[in-house]
Design a protein around this ligand. Structure first.
Ligand code: SF4
Length: 293
């Protein structure tokens, strides 16, 4: 079936390790302004860090959703951030939500506290908001995700949306070896988001693609040798990305799981090949949380 803009989310066609339920995805924007060093999407979207709105988004959505069963999950967005700074003026993501809310389960994935502007709208229907927080260290965040809102603003967004009754998932993702994988960093994030009202945490380790690797070592040249050894000597290549070694991933993510469970939240990993660490009571992306809203 041909879809213009709301498309089946299909990371499986490349045999990825994704354990998400079937869902659709729509990206109102192409590219992103947050400039994260570790970004994966920049490796396959042209001119990625020059974000631009897509043409005729609303018109195409109306046509596409005629063929999408009601109550399906529709993600906004899987290969860009729907709350880039331009969204403040353009309100394109908001208009997309207006078209979908009430008929579909809307899953927002963002790194911006601007999502709180749309909290009342999201609370009117089935929705889940995933907010990515990799560290509480403001200086480190400014280096690795320089144009994204600060971690503190994101924590406040978790609290504000939770207070409005919108289930919030936090993506502790990616965990970057040598930078954010220590006990204190992980524990601080988990404690803060649990206190703010998050329901579920999704986590994964940094995967190397050549363009994100070049950005990473240009900002952290002293870690170049450590990264090269961990990823290219000890690690493994899975579906076009270099992963840290399995025993490292299992150790770190088991530790995160223990801390998350200690706070009474549910937990899952993302594309790690470690599904035994995922809670069975909730879909890995947290979209099933709408059912218990
Ligand atoms: S917010 Fe997401 S899409 Fe935007 S640069 Fe960062 S990782 Fe990439």
């Amino acid at each position: 079936m041909y879809y213009r803009i709301v498309k089946p989310f299909d990371p499986w066609k490349n045999g990825s390790l994704c354990t998400c339920p079937f869902k659709y995805t729509v990206n109102p924007y192409t590219g992103c302004a947050h400039l994260c060093l570790y970004c994966y999407a920049s490796s396959y979207v042209r001119d990625f860090f020059n974000p631009r709105k897509k043409d005729r988004v609303l018109e195409y959505i109306v046509k596409d959703i005629r063929r999408i069963p009601r109550n399906s999950i529709i993600n906004i967005s899987s290969s860009s951030d729907p709350y880039i700074p331009q969204e403040r003026e353009l309100m394109l993501t908001r208009k997309v939500i207006e078209k979908l809310i009430g008929s579909y389960t809307v899953e927002i994935v963002t790194k911006s506290d601007l999502v709180t502007r749309d909290g009342d709208l999201l609370a009117k229907g089935k929705s889940v908001v995933s907010i990515t927080i990799t560290t509480l260290n403001e200086d480190l965040s400014k280096t690795i995700e320089p144009m994204a809102p600060s971690p503190l603003k994101r924590i406040k967004a978790v609290a504000e949306l939770s207070d409005k009754g919108v289930p919030v998932v936090v993506r502790l993702d990616p965990i970057i070896p040598f930078l954010t994988d220590d006990d204190k960093s992980l524990g601080d994030v988990i404690e803060a988001v649990a206190d703010a009202g998050a329901k579920h945490i999704v986590s994964s380790t940094y995967k190397v693609k050549w363009d994100n690797f070049n950005r990473m070592i240009s900002r952290f040249p002293n870690l170049s040798k450590n990264f090269r050894e961990l990823y290219f000597v000890l690690g493994e290549k899975i579906h076009g990305a270099y992963y840290a070694p399995r025993d490292y991933r299992e150790r770190i993510l088991s530790k995160v799981r223990g801390k998350v469970k200690g706070k009474g939240l549910t937990f899952s990993t993302c594309r790690e090949g470690l599904p035994h660490l995922n809670d069975r009571s909730v879909s890995c992306d947290g979209t099933s949380l709408v059912l218990v809203k």
